[in-house]
Design a protein around this ligand. Sequence first.
Ligand SMILES: NCc1[nH]cc(CCC(=O)O)c1CC(=O)O
Length: 309
Amino acid sequence: MQTATLTIGTRGSPLALAQAHEARARLMAAHGLPEEAFAIEVISTSGDRIQDRPLSEAGGKGLFTKEIEEALLDRRIDIAVHSSKDMPTQLPDGLELSAFLPREDVRDAFIGRAAPTIRGLPHGATVGSSSLRRQALIRRMRPDISVVTFRGNVQTRLRKLEEGQVAGTMLACAGLKRLGMADVVTDLMPLDIFPPAPGQGAICIESRIGDERIARLLEPLDHRDTALALACERAFLAALDGSCRTPIAGHAVVDGSRLRFGGLILSPDGQNAHDVTIEGRAGDAASLGRSAGETVRAKAGPRFFEGWS
Ligand SMILES: NCc1[nH]cc(CCC(=O)O)c1CC(=O)O
């Protein structure tokens, strides 16, 4: 039996598997290798097992990556495929994000039952979302709406919607497209009123620093514009300390040698918000993101982060 050239680690949700399959297809095409050259290893994470409370309470983003990163460091897997949005800004020693696949649609999608749009929902309607950013943005648009925590994978959330537990929910357009489920979307949110989470829509690959064989295999997969946008968005998040209790949005667009970034922080009720826009050389992506983070942090003042963290 041929042993695999590369073992790919991933979570087991349908979206995670779709992303791992996309990464594998790109590796096969880049190197002219058959599917058998790549083994896919499904790893269950704490984030998958904790279903009874919001993740921001259970310990935040690292919950989806811890067990996978242990497998990377133990050499049980060679690369890990993730949603960039779920990645903490600080990675464990010895690991790095070494490739970003071309970004999908970054917008949030509304999936409504009572009405196709958030604006069209009846007074006091209930919308399900466990994302602090989406909750705050919805409340800013419609203070009368009650937003309830809504966990589980895409399929679970859509089932709860179908059962009538809520009048609508929100999901990333990118995930729905990758699952071939974009037809459930009833409205696509404009970027200016509903800016995405840093990293939304971008698949990243994590690997061991200094593993030259793996680095050579990943090199052709890295998409320059996505990698630069992500460097900026992740630096913005890091400059804000990545506080899981503060709703944060941020989106960078690369156009040739230029990069434009817009960032926003909100109070959980959406009534206080501070934004920043910055433009500069794409090659300075990380420092632009960091300075945008510092700007918005200074605008908001220290008390902004204390109130609800
Ligand atoms: N936190 C869960 C998560 N992580 C990435 C995506 C969607 C895919 C993406 O943003 O790339 C989702 C689900 C969602 O927000 O709808």
